[in-house]
Design a protein around this ligand. Structure first.
Ligand code: NAD
Length: 419
């Protein structure tokens, strides 16, 4: 584990080799591991991961700096195509550090598996029968995954729900499985499929869907941070921030964008660690609507000193074992940089990052707006689109920003002038 500080100013100004050196030193990477940054996923590995492989698809991999979470320093790897996200997270983490950084907590890694049961005349009687076989069903589920159960995980509980649906009453059996350090979908799906015949036998009904639920509301992670009012520009800026946040709390049109900002950070880490970002997205948004109204995943208020307090709470089904987490060499490398030892620790880092990202976006929106921060990188993209190469990219981009007109036709004109 690294005990080095992740706090660094001007990291973005360093040439790439120096940035790699910093990360190598922070995470005690070997020369071989450091070389991985500039390599691609090899085609044979890719061919075993999905079907019909043609090649690989690259995303920029960066690292967010300055994160202090539960008193430990983290460099957070982020794989993302969107400009400003990594810089914004790093900046928010720098502000959060002043008041002690992020504090997090998480529940056990409990996932829910669903088994749908149809064609039953008496659903109440069938539900009672299933409950009376609870221990036998849990034992059968646990027989499917001796590795998990031997480590202390496995199916822990079983619940039965009766649902009134447009096609009549049906039963949904939930098994609650502690998947420990895995994301858990394969493990839980295998258990669900194994239980289906026994449930049919007990009830005389017909099972249909047998799969994990991505609304992982028993696998919750929370993060909290205090953002220093002076660093934000004074208490009036905290008030402005809170006015902006209020819209996300009550209006789904704003909440969707607000939560998208949270996921900018979380997804980038989820991808960098080889986790399933669709699962995380599905869980987050379903959780945001759990009370019937889609709302913000974060909350903000002012403490007695006038500082801004931010809190976030969401499901986080991430693994450090299974899926692509161990197959993809860069996912392994990113995990080493993070220095996380458990899936829960990874989940807590993800929540802190989501909160940082969200703070940064709302802070920018309630003050200068986000376009200013986006502009210089956006201008570089436009310069490249116009055909600029090498030094031309910065020259064209700088002029676009200075003129305040970041347009492709203008970039082409400047490029012509240069030629
Ligand atoms: P997995 O089956 O590859 O690995 C989990 C297994 O690893 C466990 O069942 C256990 O036997 C073993 N294991 C060893 N050490 C462990 C430890 N310390 N903690 C926990 N398990 C340990 O993977 P998984 O996590 O069950 O499934 C994840 C994959 O499933 C992802 O690739 C995901 O994309 C995919 N998936 C997702 C969905 C969905 O989200 N709806 C559906 C199907 C598949």
């Amino acid at each position: 584990m690294s005990n080095k500080s992740s706090k660094i100013s001007g990291f973005y100004k360093l040439p790439i080799e120096k940035r790699v050196e910093f990360v190598k030193d922070f995470a005690n990477l070997s020369d071989e591991e450091a070389k991985l940054f500039s390599s691609c996923l090899d085609i044979e590995t890719a061919d075993h991961m999905i079907e019909n492989v043609l090649g690989t698809f690259e995303l920029p991999l960066g690292v967010a700096v300055n994160f202090l979470i539960n008193g430990k320093d983290y460099l957070i790897p982020m794989a993302i195509e969107e400009t400003s996200v990594v810089a914004a997270a790093s900046n928010a983490a720098k502000i959060a550090r002043i008041q002690g950084g992020f504090k997090t907590e998480s529940s056990e890694s409990l996932m829910i598996g669903q088994i749908q049961l149809l064609r039953i005349d008496d659903v109440v009687d069938a539900a009672e029968k299933i409950i009376s076989y609870k221990q036998k069903l849990l034992n059968l589920a646990n027989d499917q995954d001796k590795i998990l159960t031997n480590l202390g995980g496995g199916a822990k509980d079983l619940e039965v729900r009766i649902l009134d649906t447009p096609i009549g009453k049906m039963i949904v059996v939930h098994i609650i499985v502690n998947v420990l350090d895995a994301m858990g979908a394969n493990a839980v799906n295998t258990m669900c499929e194994a239980l289906a015949p026994m449930i049919e036998e007990i009830t005389g009904g017909k099972t249909r869907l047998r799969i994990i639920s991505n609304l992982a509301d028993r696998r919750i992670v929370k993060a909290r941070a205090v953002f220093d009012k002076d660093k934000m520009g004074g208490e009036h800026v905290v008030d402005t921030f809170l006015e902006s946040y209020t819209l996300a709390a009550i209006d789904p049109y704003r909440a969707a964008t607000h939560n998208k900002g949270i996921m900018n950070g979380i997804d980038a880490l989820i991808i960098a660690t080889g986790n399933d970002f669709r699962a995380i997205e599905a869980g987050a948004h379903a959780y945001a609507a759990r009370n019937g109204n889609y709302t913000s995943l974060s909350k903000y208020y002012k403490d007695k000193n006038g500082n801004l307090v931010g809190e976030i709470e969401l499901p986080m089904a991430v693994g450090i074992i299974g899926g692509a987490a161990n197959i993809h060499p860069k996912a392994r490398l990113c995990r080493k940089i993070l220095g996380v030892k458990t899936a829960r620790e990874l989940a807590e880092v993800a929540a802190a990052l989501g909160l940082a990202q969200n703070f940064a976006a709302v802070f920018a929106l309630s003050t200068v707006g986000i376009q200013k921060g986006h502009m210089s990188l956006h201008a570089k993209n436009i310069a490249v689109m116009a055909g600029a190469i090498g030094d031309q990219i910065d020259i064209v981009a700088d002029r676009l920003v200075k003129e305040g007109k970041i347009k492709l036709d203008r970039a082409k004109e400047i490029l012509e002038e240069l030629k």
